[in-house]
Design a protein. Structure first.
Length: 190
């Protein structure tokens, strides 16, 4: 699962079982040309939020705010519990999408991140079970590069909408281009 050089950094159960080999299913990733509009689909997995997940994420992005990293301190705060880092939604989404499901293009080798937009509607809480629904939102070509945006809506076990993330990446255009990049070939864009 995890490359040996990362072992010492992994603290949580999810971190230790996450698939870090982004080339593993490269031939099965959705390419820019493959995306279909008009259908909504579920993620491959559910994210069960544990305190260790929130704490490890904040530590991983070097945010030492005690509301994010110290459970006892957070319990004594006006919030009464750990507060998730605002970008914790990224970890949840990567976990929920998985390797083989729709939306797996966010793991695409050679993809570049031109920016994101996240709207948080309700705080995530320890003990919640988060699932996602995703759909193609936009696709366009700019300066000869292929941009793809998906809308990912995150819900808890009671179907309360917690957040929306518009995931935007520059991708290789075709599956053949993805595989070229995975083999180490560069210059795949037109």
């Amino acid at each position: 699962m995890c490359p040996p050089n990362l072992d010492r950094y992994l603290k949580t159960e999810k971190q230790k079982t996450f698939g870090y080999d982004f080339l593993q299913n490269a031939g099965g990733y959705e390419a820019w040309d493959d995306v279909k509009f008009g259908e909504e689909f579920d993620g491959e997995q559910v994210f069960h939020i544990k305190a260790e997940d929130m704490i490890a994420y904040a530590e991983g992005v070097s945010d030492s705010n005690r509301l994010f990293t110290d459970e006892e301190y957070a319990k004594e705060s006006p919030y009464g519990e750990l507060v998730p880092h605002p970008l914790f939604v990224v970890q949840i989404t990567f976990w929920c999408i998985g390797v083989k499901g729709k939306g797996n293009w966010i793991r695409t080798p050679g993809a570049r991140n031109p920016g994101q937009r996240i709207e948080l509607y309700d705080q995530f809480h320890v003990g919640e079970e988060i699932h996602i629904k995703q759909k193609a939102y936009d696709r366009y070509i700019k300066r000869g590069k292929y941009y793809l945006t998906y809308q990912v809506d995150l819900y808890n076990q009671h179907n309360v909408k917690k957040a929306t993330w518009w995931v935007n990446l520059i991708l290789p255009k075709t599956k053949a281009d993805i595989l070229k990049f995975a083999r180490g070939e560069r210059g795949v864009e037109v």
